[in-house]
Design a protein around this ligand. Sequence first.
Ligand code: GLY
Ligand code: MN
Ligand code: MN
Length: 438
Amino acid sequence: MFAKRRDALMQKMGARSLGVWFASPVRLRSRDTDHVYRASSDLLYLANCPEPEAVLILRPDADEERSILFVRPRDKEREIWMGRRLGPERAKEHYGVDAAYAIDELDTKITSYLLGCEKIYHQLGDSEANDRRVIEWKEGVKRQRRVGKVTPDHILDSRALTDEMRLFKDSAEMEHMRHAAKLTAEAHEMAMAMTRPGTYEYQIEAMMHYHFRKNGCLDFAYTPIVGGGANATILHYTENQDALKDGDLVLIDVGAEYQFYAADITRTYPVSGKFTDTQRRVYEIVLAALQAGIDACQPGNRFDDVHQAAVAVLTQGLVDLGVLEGDVQTLIEEEAYKPYYMHKTGHWLGLDVHDVGGYFEEDGSSRILQPGMVLTVEPGLYFNPDFHDVPEARPFADIGIRIEDDILITEDGHENLTAAAPKSVADVEAVANTKTLF
Ligand code: GLY
Ligand code: MN
Ligand code: MN
């Protein structure tokens, strides 16, 4: 699978080119301890290589050694302290590349690789240090022009090629995403069940993390959001520090990362296990908007059709609630819903939670959905009187509702990867506040 991706990429890179992909840097957390390492998504995609300091080289023109990995060498002392290393001796077979060398050989070997190349692809703009290194390589081989050699004139952003490839998931990726979605749906159901008035937001976060780690996930796919009451109206509330109150809703936007692939689910439910009439009215509108958005997830439709379908339902709903007044079509054109729905309805999903891939066609129109794309659908309504004190919205004060599913576009429609997480009023009420898990 990885060799196939590399071959497809080298085809796009074309003759007389070289590609280089650097591992993500290790990031300091405090004093002398680091953050948990998360590998570069492109390096994972192209070589399944999660090692810090690794560098992948692709050479479309080479007769042999078209794909080369440079990795950390074996080092007894470092390995005793910091963990095992594969080393170049084992990396070739392990990663299925044509050759592997120790990372300290890269600066020497790169010269011969660059001779005869006209362009270098790398993640230009991602890291100043890497940009500088590639420029130094390019300048370093330039003096060989005096003896008639061709050396590169162009440095290009490799992401122009890989982002487009990553937008279309292959079968191995789909399997990982289905599994991330399954574990995430389970964790959401367990969260609903364990919720009581007085449960702390961080206790729910901890339980979900436990479920993910227990099942082999490295971590969350993104910083978790667990917000009760008015906290749910803050889109990226991540403090997760408050106790949940009887009578409030709680919004949970949490996803697992499995084999480096993200799931991204939001569910909102009553802390008590029963919606109030007011909460249910708003909830049913968001749920209908989600359904309209999911229905629009068809090959041949456009990415923006999903947003427009959701906005139409939300705007009609705001009129029905008495929050907005007037002709629905006009209100949509005027974006009158924006104080209550200020974000877009979804994004691509994959190795990154907000995954790569363009949202527009070359002519500037919204991207046409095609089989293999995975996107989220995540409408919401948020009423926080601190942000907009509108008398008509006061009955809904402190209600924040978002419901989010992950949708794979298929040949004949779509597959909802996260359908297993309860979301109808009946299903949510049947699960919420029902079981003691610990
Ligand atoms: N959790 C991030 C998002 O839903 O986009
Ligand atoms: Mn989300
Ligand atoms: Mn999302």
